[in-house]
Design a protein around this ligand. Sequence first.
Ligand code: DGL
Length: 261
Amino acid sequence: MIGVFDSGIGGLTVLKALALAFPEENFLYLGDTARLPYGSKSPQTIRLYSEQIMNFLLQHQVVAIVIACNSASSQVREDSYHSIPVYNVILPGAKAALKLSSSKVIGVLGTRATVQSGSYEKTLKSLDPNCEVFSQSCPLFVPLAEEGWIDDPVTNLIAFRYCQSLIAQQVDTVVLGCTHYPLLKSSLQKVFGSHVALVDSGEALVDILTQDFASGKLKKSSQKQRHIDILVTDFSAHFTHLAGQIMLPLVADSYAVTDLK
Ligand code: DGL
């Protein structure tokens, strides 16, 4: 079973990409809805919350942990935790952006925590020192996504305002550096235009896991019928409704609330 976590529904965009790509794997998802958002918290707090969740997932015998949250990925840079593999979304997102970009002028949209950490900029520059990186934090995007205002005039207007700085730099590729943002993809694509490529880190992560399954670094699940279980730290009918829509055509086997103990 693979453990996947985020502060809320955003990581479901990663879970869905993984669950579609690996139809025999079991997944345990944890959305820390009681403490959302992460993106406005300090590096220390984000690290503490992430460790608590990783310890919780370890107790549930996961064989790997996917940090389906850029804010947490920018603070937890280890690639293993208590000897199980840990996957963050920054490196796959950066690699995918460089592959897609012809001009190597790349934009990054993220939470304040992710943008202030400089993680994408450092990773992109370490992979290609000649690339140019422009970042923009978009603190209003997470509440809009959590509200389910997916392709809404209000979302379009806010997206238009946030994205101006990147449009002015003529980026040809934009990393959606928060796992909530793929939910707003249609608004963002409208604002940037179809000539700008948008990178969804969940999709980018599939390639890395595919390689690790092939090399044997990751062990395949042996169960006949796979399970997708979703836990939250604070339960609401709104969450399950939205999660159900995001996961389609997949359907989660269970939803439950946990206190991380
Ligand atoms: N979805 C998360 C991320 O990728 C967290 C957003 C938040 O809680 O602020 O950064």
